[in-house]
Design a protein around this ligand. Structure first.
Ligand code: ZN
Length: 258
């Protein structure tokens, strides 16, 4: 898949550089807009909310909980609609209370290598449409160098990319991914830590500002009605904000292009 992404992006760059030869004035009009990606996490537990999330327009991506009641069905629907699906991988958090919400298939620090990899493989099989993985919680495991190396080894074999949800400042995911040559992205903005439309809108605005500053930015949200309402309003007028929505696989492809 990454070869294909690289080829597509190389072709695009070639077309772009040819067009740029036309002149400076023309180039101004064809430079690609800053890109945003949006991933909706925790898909699989709330049927009607999940369906509303999948009905959002454009290349929104969906991170599906393994072994959840509706996960497999939602992944199929999203994939059939041409959307990118990720496995939303439950990983142990530092906060003991939070770990009650990990759900089945969680990767724990007490697991040895064999248990860890077996659990991961079962999770990947539970969401067969996934071409990427991001962590659900995971503030503890993301900071563990050995476990993150095990994780990246398998993701490299399965040819899937990793999006670090960045639930901790101690994450070593980027280092492990680069060591094991796994295509890597990180979350820039959480949209809905507060379920309030006004605050979600502010987070969306922050996403756009970051994309304009850095060329690209990634947000993670959840299928809450408030988040879906804000996204539905904003995705309809992205052109006027001067950004474009691309899926995270295309964002990885762009980053892999030398
Ligand atoms: Zn989650």
């Amino acid at each position: 898949m990454f070869e294909q992404l690289r080829r597509q992006t190389a072709r695009y760059s070639l077309i772009l550089s040819c067009l740029c030869c036309i002149g400076v004035a023309a180039a101004d009009t064809i430079l690609p807009l800053p890109a945003i990606s949006i991933v909706i996490d925790d898909i699989g537990y709330r049927h009607s909310e999940d369906l509303r999330a999948i009905a959002l327009p454009g290349q929104v991506a969906y991170a599906v909980m393994p072994h959840s009641p509706y996960g497999r069905r939602m992944a199929r629907l999203a994939s059939a609609a041409g959307r990118v699906v990720l496995l939303h991988l439950p990983m142990q958090a530092e906060d003991f209370g939070k770990n009650r919400m990990l759900g089945p298939g969680a990767l724990l620090r007490t697991m040895n290598r064999e248990q860890f990899l077996e659990t991961l493989e079962i999770n990947l099989r539970a969401v067969p449409d996934a071409i990427g993985v991001n962590n659900h919680m995971g503030s503890l495991i993301s900071g563990e160098a050995e476990q993150m190396r095990w994780l990246m080894e398998m993701l490299y074999d399965k040819k899937v990319f990793y999006l670090d949800s960045l639930t901790t400042g101690r994450s070593v995911a980027r280092v492990a991914a680069s060591e094991k040559r796994v295509p890597f992205l990180k979350r820039d903005v959480f949209l809905d830590n507060e379920r309030d439309e006004r605050l979600i809108q502010l987070q969306f605005d922050k996403l756009i500002d970051m994309a304009k500053t850095h060329g690209r930015a990634i947000a993670i949200g959840h299928p809450h009605p408030e988040t879906i309402a804000v996204l539905a309003r904003n995705l309809a007028r992205l052109d006027s904000r001067g950004v474009r929505l691309i899926n995270p696989a295309d964002m990885v492809g762009a980053l892999l292009t030398p």
